[in-house]
Design a binder for this molecule. Structure first.
Ligand code: OOB
Length: 571
């Protein structure tokens, strides 16, 4: 069986020197099975948007800021952008970095890219130049679309730096929204493209098996990897997620989490809501009051949250002036939700909790809306598809006894078989027979539901934002006063986990605040800056015994927890 893609679904391999085109290949036998089962239907994003816009042109599709776009308007804007992108010289199959907050332009841009056969690469608003450059390089992107500024950050400056570092990114468009253009800003406005006439473009030039976009991995080891998802596999998840979550034309989905993330994008997210003919309302700020005001005004029926945000909602809802009674379901995922908090959802918010345990690489599990409370409160759900194959293995790779915890591996009709252009990561992350090693430790209940126990790997899940220990250690090691560093996760009441960096200084001890500033200045997302820094003389026994980083991190984490427990018991 081959896990390495050999040929592109949309044509021959690129010529030498060009970055490779993203492909995703399932072995023929599996692809045939997924087609025969009706999961893959050769639907494409461009085509279904056009179908919806033809079937119900005047129905509202996207609401955000001052904009209220119908399906016809969204379809027209997508075509206009598509023709603008192509007129600028981009070619179908080219990659385009999308770095936008929760504004309607986000949706028009990705739909426009799909229509043009261009491949979006999704970055989170929190990402900074180091991550963006990494994505640009890894994907071979030729264009970058960003907002002028958002949440106090100037993306125009980032765009300038990106172009200086990666001249291949030849096209940049800035969505100005309300921001005034900076006097020295040389970039064309995205808005000017809306005036293009895209009516001659076909609804779609892509095939179901083509890669539709590149999603970003949580980055469990080292830097984030690029995840090629096809129209076929992703649209299958939209269709089934919308069904499982009961979405239809009357559904109103509120996008609160950054919609570039896989969860609010497709589980069922904004794409699932549009697929089902419903309405998407975008909330540019995670502040509960902004969300509550929109819920009341727009009659929001469903939204997706990470556990710490849910906690804020649970706190604020009882004292809010806003009427939240339209909410039918609240989905929570991205990180483990405790049963105590899960229990409070229905009494406080009047909506059914749906736990969602998913990953950008594929597999998504849901508790079902009509499940007994016991399952909704205590488990993270069961897979979308009858063809999601689940293995739970011990450290030696043998299946655990039923009900025991072990490493979760999976393969199925929407779980990737390979990352983009990354043989070493692929060798680690996928078994020879195509299972993806999720890095999660889970147990399965007798009903076939999964309970997430934790992570086997060294990453920190900080309120749903994933941080690779290795990536942050590398940044710390670049500081002249850092001899060695190990980054670990520490349980945190509010965030679920926070990050703690153990640092062995050299040539004098830097101040923790200076180290944090240093890391921030490396141009990385703020959530990756260590929450806590602990200086130590040495890492016990590492030098002598050469224990692995993994063992070292485990040892340091245990020490810290012990010290904290002691501090709590001391009078
Ligand atoms: C979602 O996707 P990613 O790619 O940011 O992160 C995936 C990882 C999982 O492997 C797991 O470690 C963790 O996030 N995770 C959860 C969880 N949901 C995700 N851990 C415990 N409980 C949960 N409910 O985070 C994602 C993608 C699609 C839907 C939902 C979440």
């Amino acid at each position: 069986m081959t896990t390495a893609p050999l040929s592109s679904a949309s044509g021959p391999l690129p010529f030498a020197g060009e970055p490779p085109r993203p492909v995703q290949v399932w072995p023929d036998r599996f692809a045939a099975r997924y087609r025969a089962a009706g999961y893959w239907r050769n639907e494409t994003f461009g085509a279904w948007l056009r179908e919806r816009a033809t079937a119900h042109p005047d129905r509202l599709a996207v609401v955000g800021g001052e904009h209220r776009w119908t399906y016809a308007e969204l379809d027209r804007r997508a075509s206009a952008l598509a023709s603008g992108f192509l007129a600028a010289g981009l070619q179908p199959g080219d990659r385009v970095l999308v770095h936008l907050p929760n504004i309607p332009d986000f949706i028009a841009v990705v739909m426009g890219l799909f229509r043009a056969g261009l491949i979006p690469v999704y970055a989170l608003p929190a990402h900074r130049i180091t991550e963006i450059e990494h994505f640009a390089q890894g994907s071979g992107a030729r264009a970058y679309v960003a907002a002028a500024s958002h949440a106090g950050f100037d993306y125009t400056g980032l765009a300038r730096e990106l172009q200086a570092r990666q001249p291949r990114v030849a096209h940049i468009w800035i969505a100005a929204a309300a921001a005034a253009p900076a006097p020295t800003d040389p970039f064309p406005r995205l808005e000017t493209l809306y005036a293009m006439d895209g009516s001659a473009l076909p609804a779609s030039i892509s095939q179901g098996a083509d890669v539709a976009f590149l999603q970003i991995s949580g980055g469990s080891t080292g830097l984030s990897k690029l995840i090629p998802r096809t129209h076929d596999d992703y649209i299958y998840t939209l269709r089934e997620s919308a069904r499982i979550c009961g979405l239809g034309p009357d559904s109103v989905f509120l996008g609160v989490l950054p919609i570039a993330h896989n969860f609010p994008m497709s589980s069922p997210g904004f794409l699932g809501a549009l697929y089902a003919g419903g309405r998407v309302v975008l909330c540019p700020s995670p502040d509960p009051e902004s969300a509550f005001a929109l819920i009341e005004r727009e009659g929001v029926t469903v939204t997706s949250l990470v556990p710490p945000l849910l906690l804020q909602w649970l706190d604020r809802a009882p004292v809010s002036v806003h009427d939240l009674r339209s909410l039918r379901a609240i989905q929570v995922g991205g990180a483990k939700l405790s049963a105590e908090i899960a229990r409070r959802v229905r009494p406080t918010l009047g909506a059914t909790l749906q736990q969602v345990f998913g990953m950008a690489e594929g597999l998504v599990n849901y508790t079902r809306l009509d499940d007994p409370d016991e399952l909704i409160i205590h488990t993270q759900g069961r897979p979308i598809s009858p063809d999601d194959e689940i293995l739970i293995l011990d450290d030696e790779g043998r299946p655990v006894e039923p009900g025991q915890a072990g490493h979760l591996l999976t393969r199925g009709p929407y779980t990737i078989r390979a990352y983009h252009d990354n043989p070493s990561a692929n060798a680690r992350a996928f078994t020879e027979d195509g299972y993806y090693r999720t890095g999660d430790v889970v147990r399965m209940t007798p009903e076939g539901y999964l309970e997430v126990q934790g992570r086997a790997g060294d990453h920190i899940n900080r309120a749903g934002d994933k941080i690779s220990a290795e990536e942050i250690e590398d940044h710390l090691l670049s500081h002249p006063q850092v001899f060695d560093a190990a980054v670990v996760s520490v349980p945190d009441e509010f965030l679920g986990e926070r990050s703690c960096a153990f640092v062995i200084p050299k040539g004098g001890r830097p101040r923790p605040a200076d180290l944090k500033r240093w890391i921030r200045a490396r141009g990385i997302a703020d959530f990756k800056v260590p929450d806590q820094i602990v200086f130590v003389e040495a890492f016990a026994s590492t030098a002598a015994l050469k224990i692995s980083r993994k063992a070292l991190r485990a040892q340091l984490r245990a020490q810290l927890l012990e010290q904290e427990a002691q501090a709590r018991t001391e009078p």
